[in-house]
Design a protein around this ligand. Structure first.
Ligand SMILES: Nc1nc2c(c(=O)[nH]1)N[C@H]1C(S)=C(S)[C@@H](COP(=O)(O)O)O[C@H]1N2
Ligand SMILES: [Mo]
Length: 314
């Protein structure tokens, strides 16, 4: 059942993207007589990629059965190991991380490879808002209003060759800006995630550039990240700089690091415990506090993705 979500959060969270950034951008664009299609001007403003595109229209097809997690938790309790493993400190350590301008390289087995300026890229695909559940493999969860576009739109545009079977995504690796990389040099950096192309083409899979009706904060993976709501959160790779189409199955960051603990597929599966804890339940961050709720197969998205799998995937 669809819970009516108050959209009041579009107004109160002024602290996230300072109002001044928003208005500066609008006023500058207006003063420049700039009609909208991204260009050099757009990408030169710090932290302003696509700011004028928000808020995007809510797509009501994707219903959610719970209240949204408060903004302060979505943006204040994060996994982003390039900075720190301390979830409450990620937001304090992202200051030096430069996200504007931002380029995304698309290469490998595609007819139209390229190095794209994100400010141009986001204007090619209409942004929409979707309310999705997010289930971390650590057994906590949130409900989040993401803004982005379906990956299928980008895949169709770059035209993978028939032999391409997997899509790899890679996070930025900037030692001087990301203190967690050198302090955890035992991990197989850079962070990398992979989807089968048929998984990536699923309508649920999104490239996300915003949250709560504004551009993503850095701690949530700005300026562009993946969201695959039927998989554990670790799949949803942040701050993507490269997308590559390949034939043979590449490994993923977490599966390469600890193959018995984190599956290559990482589909949410309450029947398969992690080696150190149960996955049958989750701690949901609701606006009324933490609630224990049952975890659903494919995080409740079986009707969309069940046909992609046998159920044995790990
Ligand atoms: N590059 C990168 N992406 C990442 C991670 C990370 O450490 N590095 N953590 C993942 C995990 S485990 C989760 S649960 C989600 C958390 O996203 P959030 O902080 O926006 O809630 O990001 C995922 N994407
Ligand atoms: Mo996670």
């Amino acid at each position: 059942m669809l819970v009516k979500i108050p959209r009041g959060w579009e107004i109160p969270e002024r602290e996230a993207t300072p109002e001044s950034t928003f208005w500066n951008r609008r006023q500058i664009l207006k003063a420049a007589g700039f009609a909208g299609l991204g260009g050099a001007l757009g990408s030169r403003l710090q932290g302003a990629i696509g700011t004028d595109l928000y808020p995007a229209k809510l797509n009501t097809k994707y219903k959610i059965d719970r209240l949204l997690t408060p903004y302060s938790q979505v943006t204040g309790y994060n996994n982003f190991y390039e900075f720190t493993t301390d979830k409450e400190r990620v937001k304090d350590l992202v200051g030096k991380f430069k996200i504007d301008p931002w380029k995304v390289t698309i290469k490998g087995l595609v007819n139209k490879p390229g190095k794209f300026d994100l400010d141009d890229l986001v204007r090619r695909f209409p942004l929409e808002e979707r309310l999705y559940r997010l289930r971390c493999v650590e057994a906590w969860s949130m409900a989040v209003p993401w803004t982005g576009f379906p990956i299928s739109a980008l895949i169709k545009e770059v035209e993978p060759k028939p032999e391409a079977r997997y899509m790899i995504m890679i996070t930025a690796q900037r030692l001087a800006e990301m203190p967690g990389i050198l302090s955890q040099d035992f991990y197989p950096w850079p962070y990398q995630e992979v989807l089968r192309i048929d998984e990536a083409m699923n309508e649920l899979a999104m490239f996300v550039t915003g949250v709560f009706g504004k551009p993503l904060p850095k701690q949530n993976g700005a300026p562009i990240r993946l969201i695959t709501p039927w998989k554990y959160g670790l799949k949803s790779i942040k701050s993507i700089v490269q997308i590559r189409f390949v034939k043979k199955r590449p490994n993923t960051f977490w599966h390469a690091a600890m193959k018995d603990e984190y599956g290559w597929y990482s589909n949410v599966n309450p029947a398969r415990p992690h080696v150190r804890w149960s996955q049958a339940q989750e701690k949901f961050f609701s606006p009324k506090g933490v609630q224990m709720v049952r975890t659903l197969p494919y995080n409740g998205y079986e009707e969309f993705v069940g046909s992609l799998y046998t159920g044995e995937e790990f």
